[in-house]
Each structure stands twice: as C-alpha cells, then as structure tokens.
Design a binder for this molecule. Structure first.
Ligand code: NAP
Length: 255
C-alpha cells in the first residue's frame, strides 16, 4: 500500500455490510471485522435486540456500527440496506452475504413452499445484496465480497435438497460474479462451513450431534469464530490475489 493510500485508509475506515449479523456466524463475522477496524452495518430480519447488542459490541472496538432491518429476499429492502451503508459511511468495502435459513425435508415430501422459501433467502437474498453492493464497488473500483455457502452445496445432504440447491447456486454465483467484477478490483469468494454450533444446528438430537462429531476429522463441531476468521481473511488485503474460490471450513468432514 502506498503512503497516500495508507493515509486515505486512516481518514476513511473501511465499511462492511454483514447480512444476518444479529446472531450465529453473522454475529461472529461482524465482531471480527470491527476488531480489525472496519465500520459495520449489522443487518437483521427479526432479531432487533440482539442486533443492537452486536452494534454496541462493535462500537466497543472503536469503530462505528449501525443496525439495519431488512429482509434480504426482498429486492427493494436489500437495495435500501446497501444504500443505508453508503449514506452513513460513504462506501461499501466488504459485503458478507451470511443470511440464511433451512426448511429440511426429504425430496419426495418437500413442499414447493419450503423449497421456494429457502431458495428465496439463501440464493435470491445473496443475489440482491451482491448486485447492489457490486454496483457500488464497481464505482469505487475496489471491494471484497464473501458469500457464505455450505459444504452441503458441494457434497449434498439427505433431507436438504432445497438448501443444497441454494448453496450450490451461491457457489456458481460466486464464481460468475468473480469473473465479472475482477477487472475493476472487486474480489468475490465463498466460505463453505461444515457443521457449526449455532441456532441452525442446535435442533440436532444428541445422537445426531455425536454421530456428526465422529465424522469430523478434527473431532468437533465448528464454532462461529472458526468461520469468521476465514471470512475476515478473504475480506482482507492479505487475500488480494484470491478470487472466485470456495474455502471449506468444515473440520475435514467433506474430505
Ligand atoms: P442462524 O444462527 O440460524 O442465523 C441465521 C441468520 O440469518 C440470522 O441472523 C437471521 O436474522 C438471518 N436471516 C434469516 N433470514 C433472513 C432474511 N430474510 N433477511 C435477513 N437476514 C435473515 O444461522 P447460522 O448458523 O449463523 O448461519 C449463517 C449462515 O451460515 C447461513 O447462510 C447458513 O446457511 C450458513 N451455514 C451454517 C452452517 C451451520 O452449521 N450453522 C453450516 C453451513 C452454512 P434474524 O435473527 O434477524 O431473523
């Protein structure tokens, strides 16, 4: 980095938008980015109070933070989310598409509604934010996007045909966006977590959890912080020569 750019960076701290940042993996991502000096827009859908707590925790790191309610599956709300970041902080330098849901069921029993709901949030939600943040980053001629996929999108998982389709779609979208945006300084990568200990996996029975732990080469479920560290790396200048990649953070379960 030149001295001038260094000075510029000091005057204008970078800004990150993290979707679904009130709890789970998104919360851990917001906190690590704040610890690294980025202002953070903490998006939430329904967790208003937890999101406010994340904002307070980010501010304790000496950065500015803002909680913004938006359903990322709604194109206009996703657009407004990105616009609120630009209005408040002047740029969007990092986007982490983390918001996601599950509606599990076997293929032959899955309702069209459950299929559509998951694809709308996980895939369309990622597209909506990617599109609007990507446009802003093209103007800036700089930016880093990290999409949270899943190893389920890489290897599949019985009972998650909707989720697997959405996350495989996120991986395809990541590679395509990387090809479209690279020449203007915007990198797009994905992190594919394995089984991480959050609300999403807390519904697992003790038996299912023990079985899973036995399958993970590193012998435990992941922590949100394990995923957040990989996201922070891909969002940082240390990953300046990495784009279009999928980094599995899964304790080796998919090997
Ligand atoms: P989680 O604890 O269930 O949290 C999900 C987050 O997504 C919440 O913050 C929620 O916000 C937000 N969200 C859901 N629908 C939204 C919408 N329409 N608009 C905006 N935000 C929305 O899940 P998690 O485990 O942290 O998962 C985070 C991401 O990692 C997801 O994309 C998930 O698919 C992926 N992942 C998780 C695992 C795992 O094992 N946990 C593994 C692989 C991938 P509210 O609380 O405000 O509703």
């Amino acid at each position: 980095m030149t001295d001038m750019r260094k000075q510029g960076a000091e005057r204008h701290p970078r800004t990150a938008v993290v979707t679904g940042a009130g709890r789970g993996i998104g919360r851990a991502v917001a906190l690590i980015l704040a610890q690294r000096g980025l202002n953070v827009v903490v998006n939430y859908a329904s967790s208003a109070e937890p999101a406010r707590e994340v904002v307070a925790a980010c501010e304790q790191c000496g950065v500015q933070a803002l909680a913004v309610q938006a359903d990322v599956a709604d194109h206009n709300q996703a657009k407004a989310l990105i616009e609120s970041a630009v209005e408040r902080f002047g740029s969007v330098d990092v986007l982490v598409n983390n918001a996601g849901i599950t509606r599990d069921g076997l293929l032959v029993k899955m309702t069209p509604e459950d299929f559509e709901a998951v694809v709308r949030v996980n895939l369309e939600g990622t597209f909506n934010c990617l599109k609007h943040a990507g446009r802003q980053m093209l103007k800036q001629r700089a930016g880093a996007i990290v999409n949270i996929a899943s190893i389920v999108g890489v290897v599949g998982n019985a009972g998650q045909v909707n989720y697997a389709a959405s996350k495989a779609g996120v991986i395809g979208m990541t590679k395509t966006a990387a090809k479209e945006l690279a020449r203007r300084g915007v990198r797009v990568n994905a992190v594919a977590p394995g089984f991480i200990d959050t609300d999403m996996t807390r519904a697992l029975s003790d038996k299912a959890r023990t079985q899973l732990e036995q399958q993970v080469l590193l012998g435990r479920l992941g922590r949100p912080e394990d995923v957040a560290a990989a996201v922070a790396f891909l969002a940082s200048d240390e990953a300046a020569y990495i784009t279009g990649q999928v980094l599995c953070v899964d304790g080796g379960i998919a090997l």
